[in-house]
Ligand binder design. Structure first.
Ligand SMILES: *Cc1c(COP(=O)(O)O)cnc(C)c1O
Length: 458
């Protein structure tokens, strides 16, 4: 008999969690105005809000915490992290920052000018924010395949070379760089192939445009290249990582994802001029250049996290778990963005709660139902998040209406996945009875999803 797959780690420390009653959850959700961001974490049984900063550190990472050097300048912890980044990514110039958006803020302060155009494969929301707040334009050049949730293609995060070429040609002299995001978070944690990375970078470089890799889930992307792309099965994750980064000019990193630390980030650069330029913004925004936004101990833990999370077994354990949850949803016939991504499953709420009109926010309603059913906190990535058109102030109903089940790294077991799938099935089974959604009672003018107050209709 072939031995079944099991996690490549065992558990040394546990954190108790508690199941609540439906009656308690009804009360808590009402107090939270039907917005799960407003819940207290202790009111949640299984928390799938995000995989950002929610992972479990290893014993080796905790041991590294004790060795942290908190010297203001030139700490050994900085040099340890710098060496790891040089070895893994081939980036000689490193600036630590307190998280990914801070890396964007520092680098973009130097690179982005009013009127610039920055193409990318579905810019992450903070990335877009840092471009638009500088009165520049973020233009999406993701392949159209990403829009069809039921289409099974291996690299749905890819750049459309045609769209990119058009942007580069029409905006000559106005494109300071391109942002290549791996994995493509916005379309469902979908990977970008090595072939697409190579061709995208070659195209940009022909136009004299450098490429910045938005790297939060680079290791998951490398895993998908190894397991899905011809010619990479025998290469290690570290070799694939080195090849991915051989094509680009710089990187911004949210270490809260594939670095498996609770807080942290960095910029890596090949170009000394960029480093000198970015340094000028690091010091006022983040701190002196050898710590940026990080403690010594956190830089140590990150150096260790980057090393262990670029080992195949660690990534296989994680992606296997996400795929396991997807297989349970398949069993129950629940539609989601296919194929399953690296860090999350995106349930297609429009197809689940098909009796609820768009104006009553199906994905937001499904998020509430899942919480009421089992105390599971998911995240709406749909019409609420899409916000209003800044000019017409109309709700933007043009995109997908999804519920993201985001899996923290090394935190939950497959038994928790069973609970999540069963809860989703129970809601799915009574979908015909769920005919009314939610209405907005109060909303902020910007980024409304964090604080919006809602009421249940019907
Ligand atoms: C999380 C993330 C960021 C921003 O990083 P923070 O650490 O949350 O500031 C940027 N890009 C991508 C692709 C991300 O997933």
């Amino acid at each position: 008999m072939e031995l079944p797959f099991a996690e490549s780690w065992k558990i040394k420390m546990i954190e108790p969690i508690r199941r609540s009653t439906r009656q308690e959850r009804e009360q808590w959700l009402k107090e939270a105005h039907y917005n799960v961001f407003q819940l207290k974490a202790e009111q949640v049984y299984i928390d799938l809000l995000t995989d950002s900063g929610t992972g479990a550190m290893s014993d080796r990472q905790w041991a590294e915490m004790m060795l942290g050097d908190e010297s203001y300048a030139g700490a050994t912890s900085f040099y340890k992290l710098e060496k790891r980044i040089r070895d893994l990514f081939g980036m000689p110039y490193v600036i630590p920052t307190h998280q990914g958006r801070a890396a964007e803020n520092v680098l973009f302060s130097y690179l982005v000018k009013e009127g610039d155009v920055i193409p990318g494969n579905a810019h992450f929301d903070t990335t877009k924010g840092h471009i638009e707040s500088r009165h520049a334009h973020a233009i999406d050049v993701t392949t159209d395949e990403a829009k069809d949730t039921q289409l099974e293609v291996p690299f749905k995060g890819n750049v459309s070379l045609e769209k990119l070429e058009k942007v580069l040609t029409e905006n000559k002299g106005r494109v300071p760089f391109m942002v290549l995001t791996i994995t493509n978070n916005t379309v469902g944690g979908q990977p970008v192939s090595m072939e697409n990375i190579r061709e995208t970078c070659a195209l940009c470089h022909r136009h004299g445009v450098p490429v910045v890799m938005d790297s939060a889930r680079f290791a998951e992307n490398a895993y998908f290249i190894k397991t899905r792309e011809a010619g990479y099965a025998d290469r290690t994750i570290k070799e694939i990582t080195a090849e991915m980064y051989s094509h680009v000019d710089a990187m911004t990193m949210s270490a809260k994802k594939d670095g498996i630390v609770n807080m942290g980030g960095f910029i890596g650069m090949k170009n000394r001029e960029w480093y000198e330029g970015a340094k000028l913004y690091c010091i006022p925004f983040e701190g002196y250049v050898t710590y940026g936004g990080m403690n010594g101990r956190d830089m140590n833990a990150l150096a260790q996290g980057l090393d262990e999370n670029t080992e195949f077994d660690m990534l296989h354990t994680r992606i296997h778990q996400v795929a396991y949850l997807a297989s349970k949803l398949d069993e129950y016939g629940i539609p989601y963005q296919r194929p399953a991504g690296g860090h999350a499953i995106f349930v297609d709420a429009d197809k689940v709660l098909d009796r609820i009109p768009k104006e009553e926010f199906p994905a937001q309603t499904l998020t509430c139902e899942l919480y009421l059913e089992a105390g599971i906190r998911a995240c709406e990535i749909g019409y609420m998040l899409a916000d209003r058109d800044p000019e017409t102030r109309e709700n933007r109903f043009g995109g997908l209406d999804l519920v993201r089940l985001c899996i923290p790294r090394r935190v939950y077991t497959d038994n928790h996945m069973n609970v999540i799938a069963a809860a989703m099935k129970n809601v799915y089974d009574r979908r015909a009875e769920i005919t009314r959604g939610v209405a907005i009672e109060w909303e902020a003018p910007l980024m409304r999803h964090f604080t919006v107050q809602l009421k249940r209709l019907g």
